[in-house]
Design a protein around this ligand. Structure first.
Ligand code: OFO
Length: 169
């Protein structure tokens, strides 16, 4: 496989693994802080990011490249509030969208149209993820910040986790 594309796909593998670690750290913080619904949602999302990573992993190896296991960067472990967790996720997902777009751009430059087509799944996934997290932030803003409303927000997150409401489903 084209070496530049292989390197860029391995960079994306690193980003997806970091996303999984980030959601795991956020889930742990939410769980210990008493936001169990949000924690369940975030644990589930962490698994989903690992699936995003593995999909790239198999693609690189199937095309004759070498998928590299990245070293693990420790994400932020402490958060000021559950609102900050979801605000940070939204910013993180926008950064991932930009990375995917850049990757697709590189594949066009290198005339690797097979990988362009493979990456289409990620392009669509990012549309769904940005919309999911933007909706969650809207929900938060509608409910406001007092304790009873925080409880309602967390129950909403529990509902989303139990119905498996995730972008790739
Ligand atoms: Fe959250 O979509 Fe992958 O990173």
């Amino acid at each position: 496989m084209n070496k530049k594309v292989e390197k860029a796909l391995n960079k994306q593998i690193e980003l997806e693994l970091f996303s999984s670690q980030l959601y795991l750290a956020m889930a742990s913080w939410a769980e210990k802080t008493g936001f169990n619904g949000s924690a369940n949602f975030l644990y589930m999302h962490s698994d989903e990011e690992r699936m995003h990573m593995l999909k790239l992993f198999h693609y690189v190896n199937d095309r004759g490249g070498h998928a590299i296991v990245p070293s693990v960067e420790q994400p932020n472990l402490e958060y000021k509030s559950i609102h900050d967790v979801f605000k940070e996720i939204f910013e993180h997902e926008k950064m991932i969208t930009a990375a995917i777009n850049e990757l697709v751009g590189l594949c066009y430059e290198e005339k690797d149209f097979t990988t362009v087509s493979f990456l289409q799944w990620y392009v669509e996934e990012q549309i769904e993820e940005e919309s999911l997290f933007s909706n969650i932030l809207d929900k938060f803003n509608l409910l406001g910040g007092d304790k009873a409303k925080m409880y309602m927000f967390d129950s909403e997150m529990e509902k989303m986790a139990s119905t498996g409401e995730t972008p790739s489903e």
